[in-house]
Write a protein that binds this ligand. Structure first.
Ligand SMILES: Nc1ncnc2c1ncn2[C@@H]1O[C@H](COP(=O)(O)OP(=O)(O)OP(=O)(O)O)[C@@H](O)[C@H]1O
Length: 259
């Protein structure tokens, strides 16, 4: 599945949140959207999965405008992970993961054996099989995040839109979840705060600042010293991880800076 965004702008109460956004994601690409807090990353993702409607511009999935899809049709194409997507209602873990099967079932049908198998398999992938019957609200933040990732996996779609998938996760699960994503043969568009995760796992990065695309390209092109300085006001030391051959970012806090 491929995604194309053309001249997208989004305003709230006459305030521009996103300004003339243009980019394309090809089938199989892992694309990260990065940028400072409040720059518009989540707003862009919400426009793509149709929670918000662009003020101007168009979004195409496989050359079809996104507003041509019903919410169920869209859920059959895109698996999503939003921030705080677990909600406040308490469900068992397996029920939450089964919600990922929503697009594949009718409201009149009960859970099929196949749905249950897929949901259990997704829970196993994120290492939470033993939590099947536990209540969602009783889990830690990181465990809840893994359940929500299992729900996205249970959708069995080939396009994932994720808002900070490694949020709340300890380093083992940050790497494991991203490794799982890599193993799934999917296209991914994800907001990411951790620059080393972005550099390690993404083919392409989009750097957003105050609703504008400042840079778009490979991690090595986008995660330059200049962009860290200009957009985040942070000094970095860049090197190459000899094991992954990927860019490695080391931050130089002001209290350690000799310049
Ligand atoms: N309903 C709203 N009313 C007014 N402003 C809003 C609304 N929703 C979002 N914004 C503003 O839009 C801007 C972009 O928000 P968004 O959540 O997209 O940022 P973000 O890049 O995802 O931030 P973060 O990294 O902190 O998650 C912010 O300044 C936010 O305050």
């Amino acid at each position: 599945m491929k995604l194309k965004i053309e001249n997208l702008s989004f305003e709230i109460d006459d305030t521009k949140i996103l300004n003339d956004i243009n980019f394309e994601i090809k089938k199989g690409e892992f694309v990260g959207i990065i940028g400072p807090n409040g720059c518009g990353k989540s707003t862009l993702l919400k426009n793509i999965y149709n929670i918000l409607t662009p003020t101007n511009g168009s979004i195409f999935i496989d050359n079809t405008p996104i507003d041509g899809f019903s919410s169920k049709e869209l859920a059959k194409k895109i698996s999503t992970l939003t921030q705080h997507s677990g909600g406040d209602f308490d469900f068992s873990i397996i029920d939450i993961v089964l919600m990922g099967r929503y697009a594949h079932s009718s409201i009149f049908s009960s859970t099929s054996k196949k749905d249950l198998e897929i949901a259990k398999g997704a829970l196993e992938k994120v290492g939470l099989s033993h939590f099947e019957k536990r209540s969602f609200l009783s889990l830690s933040g990181g465990e809840q995040q893994r359940v929500m990732i299992a729900r996205a996996i249970a959708g069995e779609n080939d396009f994932f839109i994720l808002d900070e998938p490694t949020n709340h996760l300890d380093i083992r699960y940050q790497l494991e979840i991203m490794d799982i994503m890599k193993s799934l043969d999917i296209t991914m568009f994800s907001a990411i705060h951790d620059m080393n995760i972005a550099a390690t796992y993404c083919d392409k990065l989009i750097l957003l600042e105050e609703g504008n695309i400042i840079a778009i390209g490979t991690p090595a092109e986008v995660l330059s010293k200049e962009n860290f300085k200009n957009v985040f006001g942070v000094e970095v030391y860049l090197s190459k991880n000899p094991y992954t051959n990927k860019l490695s970012i080391n931050y130089i806090p002001k209290c350690f800076s000799t310049k």
